[in-house]
Design a protein around this ligand. Sequence first.
Ligand SMILES: Cc1cc2nc3c(=O)[nH]c(=O)nc-3n(C[C@H](O)[C@H](O)[C@H](O)COP(=O)(O)O)c2cc1C
Length: 179
Amino acid sequence: MKHIVILVGSLRKDSFNKQLATIIKNKLQHIHVEIVNLNKIPFFNEDEEFPTPIQVKMIRNAIKKADGIWIISPEYNGEIPGVLKNALDWLSRPEIKNDWETGSVLKNKAVTISSVAGRSKGLHVRTALSKLLQRLGMNNVYDLGTGFSFNQQTFELSKEDDQLLQQQIQTFIEPHKNS
Ligand SMILES: Cc1cc2nc3c(=O)[nH]c(=O)nc-3n(C[C@H](O)[C@H](O)[C@H](O)COP(=O)(O)O)c2cc1C
């Protein structure tokens, strides 16, 4: 892989999941990594789907150019945070009205999941995401991905965590090295 897009399910300034996104970006210096901002995406509304809001168009274009997507998300009440689910709902729709044949920019796209959360290490959100991504026709290459937990107000990767992340990178990025 030469180019990936990272979607983060937290808008918080000091988000641990954003911190993980930056750690991953720094580990992948040999490829182009774009961390996309979900801040400005409006709530999905079929009445306002066309013409498509510019913020959604920009994310769609980034995804079209990318070889894969890395989704990094906290767990909110055992589920996918609204901001991420909203973005995925937008992205699940065809670019052109009623063009069901072409489908969405997510279709067949390689994807992997990570989460920084409490003691569950985001198992619930990763399970929910895995089910959703399959429904969206994506190629989830690392099953339930990787989960990490934070300690009080800090987040640091342990040596074991780092190894887990490295395995995920190898499975997700390396087999598609030249694509
Ligand atoms: C509405 C809400 C619900 C939450 N539910 C869960 C949960 O189900 N499981 C969990 O491990 N942490 C839960 N948390 C704690 C988050 O994991 C924690 O706030 C985390 O730091 C959020 O990620 P961020 O640092 O990337 O913003 C919840 C937090 C919020 C705000």
